[in-house]
Design a protein around this ligand. Structure first.
Ligand code: ZN
Length: 363
């Protein structure tokens, strides 16, 4: 079967035939229908997110359950599923508190391997790792049953793929992590795949003012389509001054960072009013931050990390798809371009140049 494999950092991904073993206990085989082209995958290419190489990439996908291993009870062959990159155990301290997104069991596992410490992908007898549990840049993938979230068969699988990462990460950062309240003001730094979904989440939560900040006018135009009421091009003016002037000099109730740079991480804290919340979603920058602690202390500000949008995939993913069905969540508009698996490197290039909101690979 065909898969997109990363052999070396900062080199093109190789699309080739590899071997796949059947599922072991608790695992399933999914025939992948579609997979989004995500910045997190690209972070694996550059090494910002570490995964042992070689690895099949892909962390945002959907498909149909093809085969189940011993002891599988959560899905059966023929089920349509969205793939979740946190196969939560359901009974660790975080799962039981309602935070399966930071499940201890899923996190304690070695990157790139399944729960039994081995891989199901091989090439010439040598193991190939699974990126982010899901490894959806492949015609088929073997995943833990906990990574498969069953969905209604009427939902188009290509649209459902986006629920696997960017939509859930962005929308739930607003609704779950930050708990944006009706009538509030929201700033979103970065209007890419995640940022646009934070904007949608803020609209769903009833925010009154939604300010998008980016360096590209094309992205700001997209932001307006997804519900931004104001846009700021940070190349043209100082975003903090602009945000203050739009919020009675106080700053916004919430500021989301959806890029992953030191500057924007720091800006979120200055962009919010006292008692406001700064929410960090973008992959954390490697350089240390330089923050004025007094801003947080005197103003009683809150800084929060948002990992997978604090989502509970089994509850939130079907909920998001219900919002799509009732016209309250935009998925069709997110997919600006579709590709074949063979064109994955071109899809990365388009994403980096800001040409697409979301590229989607269809099988
Ligand atoms: Zn758990």
């Amino acid at each position: 079967m065909k898969a997109a494999v990363l052999y070396e950092l900062n080199k093109p991904v190789v699309v080739e035939d590899i071997e796949m073993e059947g599922p072991k206990e608790g695992e399933i085989v999914v025939k992948v229908a579609a997979t989004g082209v995500c910045h997190s995958c690209y972070h694996a290419v550059t090494g910002l997110l570490s995964v042992p190489l070689p690895a099949v990439l892909g962390d945002e996908g959907s498909g149909v359950v093809q085969e189940v291993g011993k002891g599988v009870s959560l899905v059966k062959p023929g089920d349509h599923v969205v793939l979740s990159w946190v196969p939560s155990c359901g009974h660790c301290i975080y799962c039981t508190q309602g935070y399966p997104n930071i499940c201890l069991k899923a996190r304690s596992n070695k990157h790139g391997l399944l729960f039994d410490g081995t891989t199901r992908f091989k090439k010439n007898g040598k193991p190939i790792h699974h990126f982010a549990w899901v490894a959806s840049f492949a015609e088929y993938s073997v995943i833990p049953q906990e990574s498969a979230i069953p969905i209604d068969k009427e939902i188009p699988l290509d649209k459902a793929a986006l629920i696997g990462c960017s939509v859930t990460t962005g929308v739930c950062a607003a609704t779950n992590t930050a708990q944006v309240h009706p009538g509030s003001s929201v700033v979103v730094f970065g209007a890419g795949g995640i940022g646009l979904n934070v904007i949608q989440g803020a609209v769903i939560a009833g925010a009154e003012k939604i300010i998008a900040v980016d360096l590209l006018d094309s992205k700001l135009e997209m932001a307006r389509k997804f519900g931004a009421t104001h846009t700021i091009n940070a190349k043209a003016s100082d975003p903090i001054d602009e945000i203050k002037s739009l919020t009675d000099g106080l700053g916004a109730d919430y500021a989301f960072e959806a890029i992953g740079t030191r500057v924007t991480y720091e800006q979120t804290v200055r962009a919010i009013r006292n008692r406001g919340k700064a929410i960090w979603i973008g992959a954390p920058p490697l350089e240390p931050l330089s923050l004025d602690a007094g801003l947080v202390f005197w103003g009683e500000k809150t800084v929060m990390g948002s990992n997978y949008g604090s989502a509970r995939p089994r509850y939130d993913m079907p909920r998001l798809l219900a919002l799509y069905r009732s016209g309250k969540l935009k998925l069709d508009e997110l997919v600006t371009r579709t590709y074949r698996l063979e064109d994955v490197n071109k899809a990365f290039d388009d994403m980096l140049s800001g040409k697409v909101a979301r590229g989607l690979i269809r099988f």
